[in-house]
Design a protein. Structure first.
Length: 441
């Protein structure tokens, strides 16, 4: 039995714990699930919760949602952690749930970090979920498809929780400054720009946002009247990041991504890596950067080096699997590779040119020779008549017409001599020479 001292005092809870919402009205974020009329909100309000999995990154409210359900439900609610529990504890909880069932009481079992359970431990839940002894609610930061047994997952509805937006985090911090459970009992002066910077720093994590807010307020400048003023210097000291003061939606956001893109286009890996670091250290979403890098791979490199796209997509996948800060090196590799790659915008020019014609001539009919003819009527209308199967041709080439009559002879893809694209240019010229020689009458 744990002993306590007469002189022991109760330590204050962190701000994030003191402000944990207890009702759906206090809950911030996840409006796609908890907005008026949304399915999860209806299930909670009507106490008709079924087995489900909450999947989302840290600090988005998975455990909080479970605690709100615990307050709303008439069922017995058991909170269970996959970090500190094993098969023995699972069996004890299942026995308790069985006893509740015999007395006509339903049991909701919340398992935090359910992905930490191995297959045998997860299997122990399955028979009780199947016969309705428990309603299982699991919370996980990992993809349930990979981390939760298929049989158990098939009996649960998966709800995906998203990272909180900067605006939602700012709303949460403003509430903390007003609420008596937070800093409502004192006067705190903090600029909106600093709150926005805190939201960017938190990167969608409510717990991080509130913890950092608590730190900067406790380290703010105390005035003669007892009020606290948080300065930019206080913010920088508490976060150890000077470059965070920019809005992801503002001009600086677009200036930085433009600087990265143009540095890679100008084959300047040093500048490209610098602008990459500026964004990532400012709290930019690495997946956003990775998406822009993927676009660059085709817009500015293309077939001059087809492996550029492979590098960019691999970097995106690495960012998705690892997140910050581990994924910084994968993005650096992709950015340096793309900076050094031969450059071609032939694919970009090809699509833009084709798009212009396509928009102007949306009703242009498909040539009969390349139409599909699955029915007799279509065959009678000469759909597919004269079609030649290229694989049966000696040179794997045919002289059938694939463009509409009005666009016959139009050229969209004009390859450059850069890198491997020179090889594709030579191949394209061979194809055009063959078609000219074998032109249909």
């Amino acid at each position: 039995m744990e002993q306590t001292s007469l002189f022991e005092r109760k330590l204050p809870q962190p701000l994030a714990a003191r402000l944990r919402p207890t009702t759906l009205e206090e809950y911030v974020g996840q409006t796609h699930l908890l907005g008026p009329g949304k399915v999860l909100r209806r299930l909670i309000e009507t106490d008709q919760v079924s087995s489900m999995i909450f999947w989302g990154p840290p600090g988005v409210g998975k455990t909080t949602l479970a605690q709100i359900i615990a307050k709303k439900t008439k069922a017995a609610f058991i909170n269970f952690s996959a970090v500190t529990s094993g098969i023995k504890e699972i069996r004890a909880v299942m026995q308790q749930a069985e006893d509740n069932r015999r007395f006509g009481e339903q049991t909701i079992l919340f398992v935090d970090e359910i992905h930490r359970f191995n297959k045998a431990q997860q299997d122990a839940f399955l028979p009780f979920v199947e016969k309705g002894s428990i309603i299982l609610i699991g919370a996980t930061t990992e993809n349930p498809s990979f981390e939760i047994n298929g049989a158990l997952l098939s009996r649960c509805k998966v709800f995906v929780l998203h990272s909180l937006t900067p605006d939602e985090l700012v709303e949460l911090m403003r509430r903390a400054l007003r609420d008596e459970r937070g800093f409502g009992g004192q006067v705190v002066h903090i600029d909106d720009a600093l709150l926005q910077a805190l939201a960017v720093f938190a990167n969608g994590d409510a717990r991080t946002a509130l913890s950092t807010l608590e730190m900067v307020v406790l380290n703010g400048q105390v005035g003669p009247d007892g009020s606290v003023t948080v300065t930019e210097e206080d913010f920088e000291q508490c976060t150890s990041k000077r470059s965070l003061l920019y809005d992801k939606k503002g001009e600086e956001h677009y200036n930085l991504i433009s600087a990265l893109h143009k540095s890679m286009r100008n084959s300047d890996p040093d500048a490209a890596v610098y602008w990459l670091a500026r964004m990532l250290e400012a709290g930019e979403d690495p997946l956003y950067v990775a998406r822009r890098v993927i676009r660059f791979a085709c817009e500015d490199v293309g077939l001059a080096d087809p492996r550029a796209l492979e590098q960019a997509v691999a970097a995106y996948q690495a960012c998705h699997f690892l997140g910050m800060p581990e994924c910084t090196l994968h993005l650096t590799q992709a950015v340096v590779y793309l900076s050094l790659a031969p450059k071609s915008n032939a694919l970009y020019r090809a699509y833009e040119s084709a798009k212009s014609d396509a928009v102007r001539q949306l009703a242009e009919p498909v040539p009969l020779v390349i139409r599909n003819a699955p029915t007799r009527l279509m065959q009678e209308l000469e759909y597919g008549k004269g079609y030649q199967y290229a694989h049966d041709a000696p040179d794997k080439l045919t002289n059938i017409q694939c463009l509409p009559d009005s666009l016959l002879g139009r050229v969209y893809y004009d390859p450059t001599e850069e890198g491997l694209e020179a090889r594709y240019k030579a191949r394209l010229q061979q194809i055009k020479d063959w078609k000219k020689e074998h032109q249909a009458p």
